[in-house]
Design a protein around this ligand. Structure first.
Ligand code: SAH
Length: 360
């Protein structure tokens, strides 16, 4: 079979692998073995599937490939954070980050090449073109981070945040499938409760997610609760009024009984007024949530400047006075542009190609 007609084995469900085996006049129990090799062991070559007969390995190789992500470059931060530059099968580039701490090892992974949204403060949104990542491409990032964590820090990866490049809810199906593969993998051993999906806030997709009642956690990049301000710094949100967003979060809570983490950066002269904090308090009181006040990571020349520590503490105090749990979150990996919002393939030699992105 010509390479053009071959398919990626990792885009097939277990049932589809079974059907394929029937077509090949093979025993269907082999499907579980194949599934085990690709999703539990993470193998990328057919000859590594050692309990399959050689002729079946050959038949599979004839019809399928397993496209894997290629680790091109690793950068190390002085604080121990490590950033991976990864190349995809079509030459496009993404990044993932490993953040070690005393107790944990956290992987920050990407869900899209670039991002379809337009947050003015985020470097990823400045990347020109993009596409959704495939299930295997999301899975591979986790596999690579896990082996780096074991090798460098002598512990396995135990936390995942979808806070790398892209908007995970705009690559819904693949992100959900990848998470399913990750939490069921015997090798990875990452529990759903240690996975956080961060979204910029697309109400329709939050409702869809709530209906699926996942066990992982949800974070919302809120950043402003006055509509006109949110619309100016996150222009896509003009299509999604805050009342709609809040309703979708209430719906999420009604389905999952899991409180939401609200991510909020405070910028001088943008969202640092009394009415901003009042609006944030009101929002948080409307739905069970906690607030992470995130440190802003400057991206090139921009009008955004974070407020000083005193103001941050004041904000935190007001939240606490109102019974809302808040934390100030300092960034890691800033010296290598690995912190939140800084992932922009700065080191990539190969420009990203073009492709449309859609809700799948
Ligand atoms: N699209 C998703 C996930 C990627 S961004 C989302 O928006 O949530 C992950 C987090 O980094 C979000 O909270 C985002 O608002 C934040 N972020 C973006 N740019 C940033 C910057 N320059 N400094 C600090 N955080 C930033």
């Amino acid at each position: 079979m010509s390479d053009r007609l071959k398919k990626d084995l990792r885009n097939l469900s277990l049932e589809k692998i079974q059907t394929t085996l029937k077509e090949l006049e093979e025993k269907t129990f082999r499907a579980r073995q194949i599934y085990y090799w690709i999703w539990h062991q993470g193998v990328k070559e057919f000859h590594q599937m050692s309990n399959l007969p050689k002729d079946l390995q050959a038949k599979l190789k004839e019809r399928f490939y397993i496209r894997s992500v290629e680790l091109k470059e690793v950068q190390y931060s002085s604080d121990g954070t490590l950033k991976n530059g990864l190349k995809l099968y079509d030459g496009k580039n993404i990044e993932s980050v490993l953040i070690p701490s005393l107790k944990r090892s956290t992987g920050c992974i990407s869900s899209q090449v670039g991002c379809s949204l337009d947050c003015a403060f985020c470097a990823t949104s400045q990347l020109p073109r993009m596409r959704n990542l495939e299930v295997g491409e999301i899975y591979d990032q986790v596999q690579i981070l896990d082996s780096q964590s074991r090798k460098n820090f002598k512990k396995s990866l135990n936390n995942i945040v979808f806070m790398g490049m892209g908007e995970p809810l705009l690559n819904y199906k693949n992100v959900m499938k990848a998470i399913e593969r990750i939490i069921t993998s015997r090798n990875l051993q990452i529990s759903a409760r240690r996975i956080t999906l961060s979204t910029s806030g697309i109400p329709k997709m939050i409702r869809r997610l709530a209906d699926d009642e996942p066990r992982f956690k949800l974070a919302l990049s809120l950043h402003a609760v006055r509509e006109e301000i949110r619309n100016s710094i996150m222009p896509f949100s003009k299509n999604f009024p805050l009342t709609e967003l809040l309703d979708s979060l209430k719906y999420w809570y009604s389905k999952t009984k899991d409180r939401i983490t609200i991510e909020y950066i405070i910028w001088e002269g943008i969202n640092d007024q009394q009415e901003d904090i009042r609006a944030l308090v009101k929002f948080c009181k409307a739905v069970p949530s906690k607030v992470n006040l995130i440190e802003y990571n400057p991206i090139g020349k921009s009008q955004f400047r974070q407020v000083n520590e005193k103001k941050l503490q004041e904000y935190l105090h007001t939240l606490e006075k109102n019974g809302i749990v808040g934390k100030i979150r300092h960034s890691r990996g800033k010296d290598i542009d690995a912190a939140c919002g800084q992932l922009a393939n700065k080191n990539s030699l190969i420009p990203s190609g073009s492709n449309e992105v859609f809700i799948s």
